[in-house]
Design a protein around this ligand. Structure first.
Ligand SMILES: [Zn+2]
Length: 81
């Protein structure tokens, strides 16, 4: 299963957003979670997060493949440990 993230062409400027920029040579994924659901770039479907994470919010991940910023907001309501 794949969860397509919302992708943005420009780097987000909100003060409260955490932005992870692309690094040369890094192809991802940025995080490894659990379960079969991968989060992929909304533009090119590159895998950014493998599995599901429950503890991130308002995190923008630069896609190593196309360079767009993808908004990852994870966790299901009530799932907090
Ligand atoms: Zn991409």
């Amino acid at each position: 299963m794949q969860l397509r993230l919302q992708s943005f062409l420009e780097r987000p400027k909100h003060a409260r957003a955490t932005v992870i920029d692309c690094r040369p040579g890094f192809e991802g994924p940025y995080f490894e979670g659990s379960g079969p659901e991968d989060s992929v770039c909304g533009h090119c479907s590159h895998v950014l997060i493998r599995g599901r994470l429950t503890a991130y919010l308002n995190l923008y991940l630069c896609c190593p493949s196309c360079g767009r910023y993808n908004l990852a907001h994870g966790g299901e309501e009530g799932e907090r440990a």
